[in-house]
Design a protein around this ligand. Sequence first.
Ligand SMILES: [Zn+2]
Length: 276
Amino acid sequence: MVAVRMKDDILKKYHEGKLAHAFLLETNDMKRCYTDVLDLIKNINCPHTYSDDCKLECNLCSLIDSDSLPSLITINPDGQFIKRDQVSNLMNEFSTVPVFTKYNVYIINEAHRLNNESANALLKFLEEPEDNILGFYITNNKENVISTIRSRCQLYYNNYGDDSFIIDDDILIDVKLYLNSIYKNSEDLLYNKTHMSGFYKDRTEWEMFFNTMLYYLKECYNNKRNDKIKLVEEIDKDKIIKVILLIEDVLRYIRSNGNIDLILDRFVIEMREYYE
Ligand SMILES: [Zn+2]
């Protein structure tokens, strides 16, 4: 969902001639993110008007699909880490300008598995960028990516959801009340917590509650709702992304048997920080 924005945004910058040369993509689904990056590369390089079924007729797009385009190199971890040799090979391959495409593109899957040696080798690309080289670093946690890499990339969040999730209207009413009571910093909050504990008794129900919140906010973010609460209208989009990441964190805690009371309190405390 949000990922569509990542693609749109990078394409827009491409058409404006303002494309960065390296991107760090944090995502909850690295495989889907990788597919999205391939799509993006087809879109940029395709000599025809790119479409989903381009590969049927288009040589370039089908080369990308079969991973046999020389100007596109994907690096996956070799065991625990991405090794220096893998990076050195990449540097050799990309020492000449691409012939059939505008860019030489490299994709680093699981960028948090770059160790010091391999990361240092990559720094040349990042510190002395060449116009015809693009790099995509995919990770499930940007905090685990070596900081010299992280700080030199443009960051995107790519959170994929379960497209089949359907928001339950009754739960949504509770979600909105709850979010509003946090937002207003009101007395209702304590009331709401006690009140809701009557309805949401077990872990599965709380999971449903926070999932509803997650999908509601994602749809708001993507401008797919006309019932936005004040909170969504008033805080900026970057903060909505942070709230979405926080809710995903909360869901992980709930699923890993965390104490529900503590989770709720922590959620309120962190949410209030975003409003200030
Ligand atoms: Zn094509």
